[in-house]
Design a protein around this ligand. Sequence first.
Ligand SMILES: O=C(O)c1ccccc1N[C@@H]1O[C@H](COP(=O)(O)O)[C@@H](O)[C@H]1O
Length: 214
Amino acid sequence: MVAAKICGLKTAESIAAAVEYRADFIGFNFFRKSPRFVEPAQAGALGRAVPGSVLKTGLLVDDDDARIASILGSCPLDLLQLHGSETPERVTAIRAKFGLPVMKVIKVRDAADIARAADYEAVADRLLFDAQPPAEMKNPLPGGNAVSFDWTLLQGFRSRLPWMLSGGLTAGNLAEAVRQSGAPAVDVASGVEDRPGEKNLSKIKDFLEAARSL
Ligand SMILES: O=C(O)c1ccccc1N[C@@H]1O[C@H](COP(=O)(O)O)[C@@H](O)[C@H]1O
């Protein structure tokens, strides 16, 4: 079994499916330019239906303290996912100010990117490896682009921190992604959707069942 996070949830139905099929984490996306963006007040209301055993994650991209405080004022969260270019110093500051665990995202194209994870070992609580979008992609998001990287780059990766794999995962490629990377946990946004921002409940079920079967 690998732990699983379903990210970019913004309806009661998709949250109910994630809870029913035993997601370990759910993610609310607070990056305004994303098709998965959810208003913090709406996320706060949706979050009331999430049992305490499922960690509510807030996806943030290079937000300042005022915005993070404002989000947390409307939406209690268990984990902050920092998906921008936050430095180790910024991660330290966010963690100290808000008193919440932080998952720092490392965007991967080659082995040098994996090595950058070491910069966050002492300051983050978790790591998440996502793909860097290819240079030719037009208007990529900072994540959630349904793009994978070479999973074998993570083979033998060791960290004192718990870590997750993301980037272009689906129920169909999950077993191979976990086999090649050794990931103990996985995260998905696009791979459980019909269109950007539109979750498909059957795909959520299939993804979570696939994760539990590994
Ligand atoms: O999903 C988004 O719209 C998004 C926007 C900005 C930053 C990150 C975003 N999503 C995260 O990206 C990865 C990969 O997603 P996908 O499965 O390839 O679509 C995942 O960790 C999402 O949490």
